[in-house]
Design a protein around this ligand. Sequence first.
Ligand SMILES: Cc1cc2nc3c(=O)[nH]c(=O)nc-3n(C[C@H](O)[C@H](O)[C@H](O)COP(=O)(O)OP(=O)(O)OC[C@H]3O[C@@H](n4cnc5c(N)ncnc54)[C@H](O)[C@@H]3O)c2cc1C
Length: 575
Amino acid sequence: MAGKDKGNTKLTRRAILGSAAIGLAGGPAVAGTYVSLGTIEDAWDVTADIVVVGAGAAGCSAAIIAHELGKQVLVLEKGPVVGGTTAKSVGGVWVPANAAMEEAGISDAREDCLRYMVRLSVPDRFDPSAEYFGTTPQAHLLLEAYYDNARRVTETLEDLGALKLIGQKFNGAFMPDYFAHLPENKAPAGRCLYVGDDAGNLANGAEMMRRFAAAMADRGIEIRKRTSASQLVLDSEGAVIGLVATGRDDAPVRIRARNGVILASGGFTHDVELRRKFLKGPVFGGCAVPTNQGDGVRIAAGAGAQLGNMQNAWWAQLPLEQALENASVPTGIWCTPGDSMIQVNGRGSRFMNEKFVYNERTQAHFEWDPVTARYPNLLSFMIYDQRSAEQYAGFAPIPPKGATASHVIEAGSIGGLANEIAKRLETISERIGGFALEPDFVANLEASITRFNSLAETGQDADFGRGDQPIDQFFHFFGPGVPQNPLPNPTMHPIASSGPYYAIILAAGTLDTNGGAVTDEKARVLDGNGQAIDGLYAAGNCSAGCAGPAYWGGGATLGPAMTFGAIAAETAAAG
Ligand SMILES: Cc1cc2nc3c(=O)[nH]c(=O)nc-3n(C[C@H](O)[C@H](O)[C@H](O)COP(=O)(O)OP(=O)(O)OC[C@H]3O[C@@H](n4cnc5c(N)ncnc54)[C@H](O)[C@@H]3O)c2cc1C
């Protein structure tokens, strides 16, 4: 239990909030909230050594490690349960040079892995012969820290009973990285470990968080649920000495953090203003838990933190109508399901390899047409026939067999389908910037289907290379059934010449955003001058993670979240 301090004679609630308002008015572009009141030992309601903000993968990893280092830890969780977006995840964890790879004889040398990571993290500056492969020394240090610590941290958490990972094989092979096909990837499969249950069977993010929660309970680590951190308390030299949180009764609680505060509060998917202000393209929603509203970004900015990677996210295509209706969309579309299926834009033209990685496909929505001054791919229309509806039933977003879903549009002919799509768009016109199908949509869609059908017969997608990459094939079969396709490329099958036909409107969204406080390799938050802010640490999706815009492979978000959460705890504990 965190200690309870009596008395609040010098630091009244009114004083804190009044000072915060001054910080807000004079603060940086993202409104910050902080107070500078000096160290007033009797002013706190609660004292802990380390206060962790957020109980997802990053926060729980930090809490467990800090506790193991002998620190008194208090975890604040805004939501009603431990878990965050992590509990919704598939539970893949990308760990370079992990034990399962070693056992399988797969080498993942440091230099090779760093080269691959840099290749994707700074694609515009990558130079294999340059120092740091073309990235900055600081960014390289973060990647080095990740390579050097991911295995150590995850294995430590396993030793502590807080995590169980398995080297899962699918049809006898490890999952390929998302860019297994690039020449820079010298270990194209095996880095993605998966959560295992007690029996070692494949499990998921919910099981990961169940185990974390149990490990914290076993250790008596206090978790205050429905408690939202709102502002930091700084001393006269700008060091973070505590924070103010709001509990169930909306009353502020003043919490002293002797060693520091670790921000692990997820991204800003559910703050529409931050999304519009920073993300590099128009998005319509996301899968993060509804409590991920950018609090960590505002809190860190209020203390003078440098912000980074604010334009990026872990991107995912979503069924548009789910995104408009739900605060938190259940899941992203990992791989567009179906073989007799294509995605087309408002012109009726294909614009992507439908089987490639969700993170990359989603960014195809952001293409800009300079002449019409519009996003031609703002919305995508997933078109499929009865064959795919049946064979891929239950591969989201195709509903399971016998079920119906309001996001599925159905008609007997292609022309009829276009009419139904147009009607659907009209009903939500105000929320999609008036986006409508182009006048030649039907003709183009029919031509796209004819072209796709002939490519499917040959097995070669000469237009977008569908099915060519290892990850296309992996994702295509990653679902509840094993679809049959006798043609040379199992990801492609001609679309039927007669209906029924189906359409689902897709739009860009996020699993969560991944920009926020810039940190160094010790997870210390840096100020505008690149100096560490004493007592402030960040990890996971509220920080500008080491990956930048890259999604190296399955698990490339949870791996860094847990690793830098643990590093933050180690740095704070040593401070
Ligand atoms: C369907 C789905 C599947 C996914 N699968 C994978 C996968 O297999 N592998 C992978 O690597 N990634 C996956 N991801 C992404 C991954 O889940 C996230 O990137 C990761 O969980 C982020 O962890 P985190 O600890 O940073 O944030 P979170 O797990 O979101 O935790 C943040 C917590 O902070 C809390 N919080 C917010 N504000 C405050 C505040 N002011 N005070 C206190 N608490 C606060 C939130 O309530 C939340 O509980 C998936 C995502 C989704 C949606």
